[in-house]
Design a protein around this ligand. Structure first.
Ligand code: 5GP
Length: 177
């Protein structure tokens, strides 16, 4: 069977969450089913196994689940890109705007070395604000962000188009229009 189609049809769409009018794309059923979880990770593994990467960076919090398993399978280290205020050591932060208010992503200053080839992973790209901030943060530490990878793209929200303008390629397994 088609792995991407299996993943897509296993994602649960929850109407009116977290607020009326929003359809939340819930990946927990993908993680819960061993065959689908493996299909998801294998799609990423086959794409990146020949890419000579140095690190996988995952975005807080669902990007940690996918990113850490992928890093393990690719024999790479894993680096967390966290919400502000969670990391204990010296950090750099990159602010971004949300629909209401602002937020920031943060990383340890020694998490990446100049020139390292980094794959950035999250579960979903909507407006792209989170992914863009994470790309900038990694680039500020001198990383070469080889690609940004996500399970789900919501192209109508413009995030994938925004990322395209930065020169960092975006890969997604499925999309909802
Ligand atoms: P963006 O910054 O692109 O607007 O929003 C993407 C971020 O919000 C990601 O970190 C993602 O985990 C989270 N997010 C927003 N909407 C959804 C959704 O419908 N489903 C999931 N799984 N995550 C979402």
């Amino acid at each position: 069977t088609d792995y991407a189609e299996l993943v897509r049809r296993t994602i649960r769409s929850v109407p009116d969450w977290p607020k009326p009018g929003v359809v939340f794309r819930d990946i927990t059923p993908v993680l819960q089913d061993p065959r689908t979880f493996r299909a998801l990770i294998d799609l990423f593994v086959y794409r990146y196994m020949r890419q000579r990467l140095d690190l996988v960076a995952g975005i807080d919090a669902r990007g940690f689940i996918i990113g850490s398993v992928l890093a393990y399978e690719l024999n790479l280290g894993f680096v967390p890109v966290r919400k502000q205020g969670k990391l204990p050591y010296r950090t750099v932060a990159e602010p971004y705007s949300l629909e209401y208010g602002n937020s920031a992503v943060e990383i340890h200053t020694d998490a990446v070395r100049t020139g390292q080839r980094v794959l950035l992973v999250d579960d979903l790209i909507a407006t792209g604000g989170t992914m863009m901030a994470a790309v900038k943060l990694l680039q500020r530490l001198g990383a070469n962000v080889v690609e940004a990878a996500t399970i789900i793209d919501l192209p109508d929200l413009g995030g994938s188009a925004n990322i395209a303008t930065t020169g960092t390629p975006l890969y997604s397994i499925c999309r909802y229009d």
